[in-house]
Write a protein that binds this ligand. Structure first.
Ligand SMILES: *Cc1c(COP(=O)(O)O)cnc(C)c1O
Length: 223
């Protein structure tokens, strides 16, 4: 199936969960996760209506950037782990960094050339993402980020342990929502190809979908 057909099918599923849960479709942003796929695939998705893209690796996206950065109205999110030494480059290339997990990293991003949207990545389990701040560290992290005038804190992001059964992710999504409520944050970046429906049920405002749009990824060769 083509990228356009995949997007149409996905859109139907998103709409169906919205109908079922009484949520507004406009309250959920779809991020098309294009890691490993070439710029031509992003352009194909763009032509089919996609506007927000997620990439995992700064260097990989730097290679695609000349071909995609001028697509009108497009927004690029870094959703992979960011090392401090690549923060300057990332702040240059992306509009939104979803994996901020330390004040030090926030301060580096704050020195970038333009204002940045950010999410704080939260680690909710040992088996999920290796990265992210612990829930107990959030208050301090939020304080630090709020002192960075170039950064706009939008919400929290998480990556639950992988399981074929999307229900396994539900308690993690619920926990992220509780943490966001506790800290007065509005947005929740959670849900991927296999569990976005559960994530929307649990209040996700931003789903990050790769495989269901671009197809299966073959293992990436080292950069
Ligand atoms: C790759 C990736 C996704 C998309 O995963 P799919 O299962 O292909 O939809 C979402 N979020 C993060 C952080 C990723 O690395």
């Amino acid at each position: 199936m083509s990228i356009a057909e995949n997007l149409t099918n996905l859109e139907k599923k998103i709409q169906a969960v919205c109908d079922r849960t009484g949520r507004s479709r406009s309250a959920i942003t779809l991020i098309s996760v294009s890691k490993v796929f070439p710029a031509s695939c992003l352009i194909e998705a763009y032509q089919a209506g996609a506007r927000e893209f997620g990439e995992n690796y700064v260097q990989e996206f730097e290679g695609k950037w000349p071909e995609v950065n001028e697509l009108p109205g497009s927004t690029f999110h870094l959703i992979g782990h960011l090392q401090s030494n690549k923060a300057k480059k990332a702040a240059d290339l992306f509009h939104c960094i979803q994996t901020v997990d330390s004040v030090k990293l926030a301060q580096r991003l704050n020195e970038g050339p333009h204002p940045l949207d950010i999410f704080l990545e939260v680690k909710l389990s040992e088996e999920g993402s290796k990265f992210g701040a612990a829930p107990e560290e959030l208050a301090q992290l939020i304080d630090g980020v709020r002192k960075c005038g170039n950064l706009r804190l939008r919400g929290l992001m998480t990556m639950p342990p992988w399981s074929e059964d999307p229900e396994v992710a539900r308690p993690y999504f619920r926990r992220l929502r509780e943490l966001a409520d506790q800290h007065g944050l509005k947005e929740l970046s959670m849900g991927m190809s296999h569990d976005f429906e559960v994530a929307i049920e649990e209040g996700s405002t931003m789903i990050r979908v790769g495989t269901a749009i671009f197809g299966k990824r073959v293992k990436r060769t080292a950069l």
